[in-house]
Design a protein around this ligand. Structure first.
Ligand code: SF4
Length: 432
């Protein structure tokens, strides 16, 4: 058996089943999937998740590399992309939906060509990073949530919309360490338009649901902090929630042995959301004077945590770092994709996206090189298109999990002639 082909494959007539497969299609990186390969068509046969099925079971078209919409050979496409990179004075490496090796390759290119690196979800990531840089935070891990949390509060999110198996894996897990009876956990939702059904405990207990106006979450957190500090509120409602309900929630929080409040940066799509994250982090710190409480940030899909981790390991700085000066210059505002493109501050866009979304690069006057799997319906109208495989499907890889404490190996579950992003970056580096 070729160890590159998968975790524990078993073969039946004409099909091959891989067990303990790690799923790269959201940042939970569930590592218990069973994927069956029937002649190159994949099916998720255990660890059921619509999002995972959408990733593993998607069809590829027979797209070849392209230049300005014309089919060309891989050699010609790589040579054309290398020519563009050589001629660029200030290229942007955007998208960054790839694995550890792919991100290492893109960083090497950025370093060599004096480029900037930013992820397609960079704006959402900075809602967290700015809060962490300004105030610090007390955060926990997925393992701690699974094994210790007795009160879990979801702030403006239901978790399952973007991370479908969150409750199955981390809330209603049948087994836990330290004697925690998981079905007795207290679940609280803050916000509207949420799917709260997964919050009903296995024995039928309903979650507490406070329906605050989502964009006024900061006011609600501020009111909780005031009440915790012993202040009284003149208002009867805050952000659409009765103060009596807030007082009840605060009682639950103070009574927790290990409370966790979870938010997701993409679910805070309003101005100055970093200040709301800061307020949540401050509330967590203040609760720790009385009990044990932690924060937990969901989000991190499309490989953003992997891109950020690799950038930090290698340059010492987070994403939105510019290598044009010959050394890394970090500036989360100046080096944001939207700002760079709006101001025509870059003269080439190399866009990479291998997971579920973001395969259409943003509009720009600069020529674009696109690295993406050959998905059906993919818009390849750009200077150069190079088809690549999906990490964890077409080739092996490694990604960082949502809590940033582990990176997990990805396995190859089908034979593929598609190169990896890292492989294409290597070819480009050799051609520069
Ligand atoms: S929850 Fe996320 S990581 Fe887990 S199987 Fe679904 S898409 Fe994959």
């Amino acid at each position: 058996m070729n160890p590159a082909t998968a975790a524990s494959p078993t073969a039946k007539s004409g099909s091959r089943t891989h067990t303990s497969v790690t799923c790269p299609f959201c940042s939970l990186l569930c590592d218990d999937l069973e994927v069956t390969n029937r002649g190159g068509s994949l099916g998720v046969t255990a660890g059921d998740c619509a999002r995972a099925r959408g990733g593993f079971e998607r069809d590829y078209a027979s797209l070849s590399p392209q230049m300005d919409g014309r089919d060309v050979s891989m050699d010609q496409a790589v040579a054309a992309a290398a020519r563009l990179l050589r001629g660029a004075r200030h290229p942007l490496y955007g998208g960054l939906g790839t694995d550890v090796a792919g991100m290492r390759g893109l960083l090497a290119l950025a370093d060599r060509t004096g480029g900037i690196v930013d992820h397609m979800l960079g704006d959402t990531m900075y809602r967290n990073i700015l809060a962490m840089q300004d105030r610090g935070w007390i955060m926990t891990t997925m393992t701690e949530v699974r094994n210790r949390a007795d009160v879990v509060i979801f702030a403006n999110l239901d978790a399952v919309s973007d991370h479908p198996r969150f409750f199955e894996r981390n809330i209603w897990n049948a087994e836990s360490m330290f004697g925690l009876a998981t079905k007795s956990r207290r679940i609280v939702y803050l916000g509207e338009g949420l799917n709260t059904r997964p919050g009903v405990s296995p024995d039928g207990r309903k979650p507490l649901h406070l329906r605050n106006e989502p964009e006024r979450l900061g006011e609600l957190i501020g009111a909780l902090r005031a009440l915790l500090a012993g202040q009284s509120l003149q208002a009867r409602t805050v952000a659409g929630v009765k103060v009596a309900e807030l007082t009840k929630l605060l009682g639950i929080m103070k009574g927790a042995k290990y409370g966790v409040i979870i938010w997701s940066p993409p679910r805070l799509p309003f101005a100055s959301a970093d200040l709301v994250v800061e307020a949540i982090c401050d509330l967590v710190k203040e609760l720790n004077a009385q009990t044990r409480f932690s924060g937990f940030a969901l989000g991190g899909n499309e490989g953003i945590l992997t891109a950020g981790a690799v950038c930090t390991w290698q340059s010492g700085y987070q994403l939105r770092t510019d290598f044009a000066a010959g050394y890394p210059e970090f500036d989360p505002t100046r080096n944001a994709t939207a700002r760079l493109l709006a101001d025509d501050d870059v003269d080439l866009l190399l866009w990479t996206s291998t997971f579920l979304t973001g395969q259409t690069p943003p509009e720009t006057k600069a020529p674009t090189v696109l690295l993406a799997p050959p998905l059906r319906g993919l818009d390849t109208r750009c200077a150069v298109y190079i088809p690549v495989g999906t990490p964890g499907v077409d080739h092996r890889g490694q990604m960082c999990r949502v809590d940033n404490v582990v990176s997990l190996p990805l396995h190859q579950v089908r034979e593929s002639a598609l190169p990896s992003v890292a492989g294409v970056c290597n070819l480009l580096l050799q051609s520069l």
